[in-house]
Design a binder for this molecule. Sequence first.
Ligand code: ACO
Length: 452
Amino acid sequence: MSSAIASSSSGASSAAAAAAGPQPALEIGGRFPVLRVADGQWYPAEIVHKRETADRANSQEYFIHYLDFDRRLDEWVGIDRIDVSNPAGTLESAGLDPLASSGGDKTRLTRHQKRKFHEIHHVPQSVEEMDAATAALEREHQELTKVKYIDLIQIGKYEITTWYFSPYPDEYGKQTKLWICEYCLKYMGLEKSHRYHLSQCEYRQPPGREIYRKGNLSVFEVDGKQRKLYCQCLCLLAKLFLDHKTLYFDVSGFLFYILCEVDRHGCHIVGYFSKEKDSPDSNNLACILTLPPHQRKGYGKLLISLSYELARVEGLVGGPEKPLSDLGKVTYRSYWEYAILDYIQSHPSCTVRDICSATAISRDDVQDTLHGLGLLQYWRGSYDLCLPQRTVQEHLLRILPRKPQLIDAACLQWSPLYPKSPKAEKRVRLSASSLEVEPGNRLHEVAVLHKV
Ligand SMILES: CC(=O)SCCNC(=O)CCNC(=O)[C@H](O)C(C)(C)COP(=O)(O)OP(=O)(O)OC[C@H]1O[C@@H](n2cnc3c(N)ncnc32)[C@H](O)[C@@H]1OP(=O)(O)O
């Protein structure tokens, strides 16, 4: 926490400043240390937007972005949390949750978003022009989504602080709190409308077929084409916790898999993932979300394992749409490490191809994971899968005791809703053949079990 300013001294000066009388309004773009209530520390931040408040003593409030940290930490603050006497430009930011950092990868548009943009704008496809167009699209996205108005949602028994802007229609989009029906996902601006709605709503589960049930957990498959309104409401809800996501209204090309905790009152949504019906990039998952009160309980990996299980039934090898968010990366990394090491443990002489076929994880993701685990070696111009027993055992000891809760294939009742188009069939064949041995690339043929 080297750069965080001692909260006591700055806090005192700001409180004194606030007590001294009305402050001049600060300019958008100005940079100051701002007190973050979550940890009581001061961090350099930039003013992104401002608005009048009803409170006379504190007539302006400011939407600020903590420099170099993920936008989910952006928030509305009063002048009493801004140290106006100390411009923050010289401060380094450090000490927040490392995962909150937006990191070096500033361009976080998905391939789907880029493709759509290029289709609409007929952007020439040279590398420089595509980079410039992508940067423009990123700037446009930042501009459109820079201010988050909805701070809180009430869904079921949970009041949840939101992370990002979501394009709820105007009168709702500018409210500070929304009430959302946990069954049909309809949103309301008043608590009393919500109470009335609950007495009328006939939904007690997502409007689709139940494809999985084990214990108190169920998964429902909902078709975006059949249940457009429900899926649009789901996307608007999800956008509150996903920074880079543009699917809100055009949901017909997607299927949605909703994970619920079930009790005698009904099926309570805890998370979901969406999937393109016909993904040109062999993606088995487009977006994934666990609602914040249910995060870090293993539901993310459960949903990820379902996405691979469905792909396995379809005979597909693939992965999630990239790029992943910071939380997406840690969760996928954890799942991939577990799935791959679990397979290696029972197949010590396996090849990369075997791993891909057994786990349905794409070759790139298998390769990256093995590389991160130190199980790939560069040797005379090619990568070898190298499984020194001691290293493998160390990883297994670290990872396998924390066995995640994965989908139990015996409890899954699913067959694809849509038969594959001839184009998709071709892609499946191609992705299978890309796992074959390639001349000069020993990665796929060499499996070495070294005794150390
Ligand atoms: C293709 C895409 O959609 S990318 C976008 C991914 N979605 C998002 O970013 C939306 C917001 N985030 C989320 O909804 C959730 O965080 C998800 C879906 C990514 C993960 O869901 P969860 O239910 O929390 O997953 P789960 O409990 O299985 O595992 C979370 C892992 O992340 C780790 N993790 C979560 N938060 C943190 C953190 N702040 N610091 C360090 N590790 C963290 C957990 O320790 C756990 O790893 P482990 O099993 O190795 O201990």
